[in-house]
Write a protein that binds this ligand. Structure first.
Ligand code: TRP
Ligand code: SF4
Length: 328
């Protein structure tokens, strides 16, 4: 049997996960568990880079994120699930990599410039924030990951990771493979206001929401904005509710909505009700799993410890090779 390829990815614990995260990343990770040797971790040190002034909620977010992951189908039997700050070796490798990373690589990183502008309410002129991709590189290569499933916004970071790995290998001898980005295909579901679904826009539907909360969010969703009255024909192709139907409703319903929207036989209120019901039903297994883990805090603790131990074994082994290569 050939060895499974190893993949690794992480998320910053900055709040509860929403349907955009589910379809954007998580659902993909869940599938990849069958095919790859998967490492998934919660990047709490990375959360500090932009939230260092207010760290009080991070530990709650970490636990919640793990429960979100488990309820979406990540499995501690199939994958290694762990918390970044539990594996101190990431920090040691980060330090060594920081010695060999030329500053211009970091200064020209597009996400760096972008975030400084977008998060102008925060002072991000720190060493840690500039070094974000170096820490990310150490997260990835310490497990010798071959692939990194990410969204497009993270591709520059994987690119920097490859350059750093190459530079390390060139200077000290080959220790690291160069990881590749695995781009996640995503259905184009938007937030309730039709902008990209995002926690910071306040337009997200969270998968930990109750059925009533989901129904309320769906009722607020913008539809085809040209359709002012129920008697006006609508266009499902430009309607976000219809995108949700395509994911959550059966194909017969999708076909019927497509037709009856265009002929004004169905109104948006009814159309949303049908979608909300199907969405609530689709999320039911996740709600059950969440309740299961929430009622068993010890089990969650054990999953965290087991993941830590599995990740640590690999990270320690790599660091032994690194110290050897660097001759320290
Ligand atoms: N930077 C990633 C994000 O914000 C999180 C992350 C940290 C990550 N380390 C990683 C992703 C390593 C993939 C691999 O989404
Ligand atoms: Fe969108 Fe449904 Fe309204 Fe058509 S009927 S515009 S698909 S919400």
């Amino acid at each position: 049997m050939t060895e499974k390829k190893r993949i690794l990815s992480g998320m910053r614990p900055t709040g509860p996960l929403h349907l955009g995260n589910l379809h954007g990343a998580l659902a993909n990770w869940v599938k990849m568990q069958e095919q790859y040797d998967c490492f998934f971790f919660i990047a709490d040190w990375h959360a500090l880079t932009s939230n260092y002034e207010d760290t009080g909620s991070i530990s709650g977010y970490i636990r919640n994120m793990l429960i979100d992951w488990l309820s979406a189908g990540l499995s501690p039997e199939k994958s290694t699930l762990f918390i970044q700050s539990h594996i101190k070796e990431h920090a040691e490798l980060f330090l060594i990599l920081s010695m060999i990373t030329p500053l211009p690589w970091l200064e020209r990183n597009p996400t760096y410039k972008d975030q400084i502008i977008q998060l102008s309410n925060k002072d991000l002129s720190t060493f840690g924030f500039l070094g974000y991709p170096v820490l990310q590189a150490s997260d990835i290569i310490i497990y010798k990951a071959n692939g990194v499933p990410v969204g497009v916004d993270q591709v520059p970071h994987v690119e920097i990771t490859r350059e750093i790995a190459r530079r390390f290998n060139y200077l000290y001898g080959k220790v690291f493979p160069e990881p590749e980005s695995i781009l996640t295909e995503t259905p184009k579901i938007l937030g309730i206001d039709r902008r990209k679904m995002s926690k910071s826009y306040n337009n997200a539907i969270y998968f930990s929401e109750s059925p009533d909360e989901i129904a309320a969010s769906v009722s607020k969703m913008l539809t085809d904005i040209q359709r002012a009255r129920k008697s006006d024909p609508g266009n499902p192709d430009v309607c976000n509710v219809y995108e949700f139907h395509k994911i959550y409703s059966d194909s017969k319903t999708v076909g019927r909505i497509n037709k009856e929207c265009r002929t004004a036989e169905i109104g948006c209120v009814e159309c949303k009700k049908i979608m909300a019901q199907n969405l609530i039903k689709a999320l039911e297994p996740m709600r059950e799993k969440r309740a299961y883990y929430e009622a068993r805090p010890q089990l969650v603790d054990d999953i965290i410890t087991d993941g830590r131990d599995k990740a640590r074994r690999v990270a320690r082994q790599t660091m032994a090779e690194v110290r050897d290569a660097v001759k320290l």
